[in-house]
Design a protein around this ligand. Structure first.
Ligand SMILES: [Fe+2]
Length: 172
């Protein structure tokens, strides 16, 4: 916990931290947080084998009894989805750009709780209102604030709330 996941030395270092909690606000111990983002050039490590270090900007962390998590990545950047095939032709026909607003991916799991597969977004991104794959929700826009920290110049705090497996959540 607390480790740096950026291996290529690019981008603006960002401290991601906060808690995994229940709907009642209690910390969840032993939650697994699997995170990944693009690098500062807008590519994932798997898109650039031999260029980026393997596992660049990826990590797995597990919460302790306080439910807290923290790691240092980069402030992610917006990137275009691959648009050199039929998807690109479709977007062009619709007059849409291929960009996704900057985001950090998360899979959060814990024994006895429903899995969360989600991402958090950088609110001041120029594409925040026009994500080409329509993934943005207001509740997923995370704060990114400037900090004066030894290992990071940004901080993004975001709590993840897990629901027990026995319960279902109505979206109506
Ligand atoms: Fe992504």
């Amino acid at each position: 916990m607390g480790d740096k996941i950026t291996l290529d030395g690019k981008g603006e270092a960002c401290l991601f931290e906060c808690r995994v909690i229940t709907a009642g606000g209690d910390p969840i111990c032993g939650a697994r947080i699997d995170v990944w983002s693009d690098n500062a050039d807008g590519f994932y490590d798997v898109q650039q084998p031999g260029i980026q270090p393997k596992w660049n900007n990826r990590g797995v962390f597990r919460t302790g009894i306080d439910g807290c998590y923290s790691f240092v990545g980069i402030k992610p950047v917006s990137y275009p989805i691959p648009n050199d095939g039929p998807v690109g032709q479709m977007l062009e026909s619709l007059g849409r750009h291929p960009y996704r607003p900057a985001h950090m991916h998360y899979v959060v799991t814990a024994p006895g709780y429903q899995k969360i597969v989600t991402h958090t977004f950088v609110g001041d991104d120029p594409y925040i209102t026009s994500d080409t794959v329509f993934g943005v929700k207001q509740t997923l826009v995370a704060p990114f604030e400037r900090i004066d920290h030894e290992h990071a110049s940004w901080r993004s705090k975001f709590d993840f709330v897990l629901i027990p497996v026995a319960e279902t959540v109505s979206t109506l």
